[in-house]
Ligand binder design. Structure first.
Ligand SMILES: C[S@@+](CC[C@H](N)C(=O)[O-])C[C@H]1O[C@@H](n2cnc3c(N)ncnc32)[C@H](O)[C@@H]1O
Length: 214
């Protein structure tokens, strides 16, 4: 899946993944992490209100997003006029109220200091299998030693529909070498994911994990 896929998605406004309010699993499980006020990295962030929610909890937040449309929409929707800059790694940086969105390819991100916290909702599951290993390696590379985060995934029969999103099962997470993984919750969410059902998924499960960089 190349970057033009996502640019087209945003251009056409086909953003069924976007939620109007902070994700309930984030609100419920973020307290499993105990680093008040520490910076949070949110890869593949779209324009999610989760960025704002994390900021409200007292964290400086850095999101990374390919689409300029998403970045512009985020600041517009929250009534912020961001300060524009460029990072040393060539990403365009937009900052307002301690929320920085870096517009560009996450795989180009090379932070000067590793982030102590991260949050992944609909990022890992947005990537096909070959890219997921690369994503987890790069995420770990962008984090400080011992960094931790919350990851939210979907589980469904992979043969039932074409991704994204792609199902990610717990075994795949335990098989990767970058993070220690602990499942915090697993709930069936079929009824609230009619879009996935319409595409062929029969049963959709959402899983929430606590990850610690090894
Ligand atoms: C399924 S959406 C999820 C967005 C957000 N996490 C949310 O919960 O609404 C995946 C997002 O990743 C972005 N994306 C995909 N590949 C990317 C990359 N290599 N670098 C940065 N952003 C990327 C897409 O533009 C899209 O907004």
């Amino acid at each position: 899946m190349d970057t033009s896929f996502w640019h087209n998605i945003w251009q056409r406004g086909e953003i069924g993944f976007h939620r109007a309010a902070a994700h309930p699993a984030l609100v419920q499980h973020w307290s499993a992490l105990s680093r008040p006020g520490a910076p949070v990295l949110v890869p593949l962030c779209g324009k999610t209100p989760d960025l704002h929610w994390l900021h409200q909890q007292g964290h400086p937040v850095t999101g990374v997003e390919l689409s300029a449309i998403a970045v512009e929409a985020f600041f517009q929707e929250w009534g912020l006029a961001p300060h524009k800059d460029k990072t040393h790694d060539g990403l365009d940086s937009f900052s307002g109220e301690n929320i920085t969105l870096l517009q560009g390819d996450f795989f180009q991100l090379a932070p000067q200091q590793g982030f102590p916290l991260f949050y992944d909702r609909a990022a890992l599951v947005a990537l096909d299998h070959p890219l997921r290993q690369r994503y987890l390696a790069h995420l770990a590379h962008c984090l400080a030693p011992g960094a931790e985060g919350i990851l939210i995934t979907f589980e469904f029969d992979a043969a039932s529909m074409d991704g994204p999103p792609f199902p990610v099962f717990e075994k795949e997470l335990h098989d990767q070498p970058f993070f220690a993984v602990r499942c915090l919750a697993r709930n069936e969410v079929t009824d609230s994911h009619g879009g996935l059902v319409a595409r062929g998924a029969e049963k959709v499960v959402e899983a929430v994990y606590h990850l610690v960089k090894e």
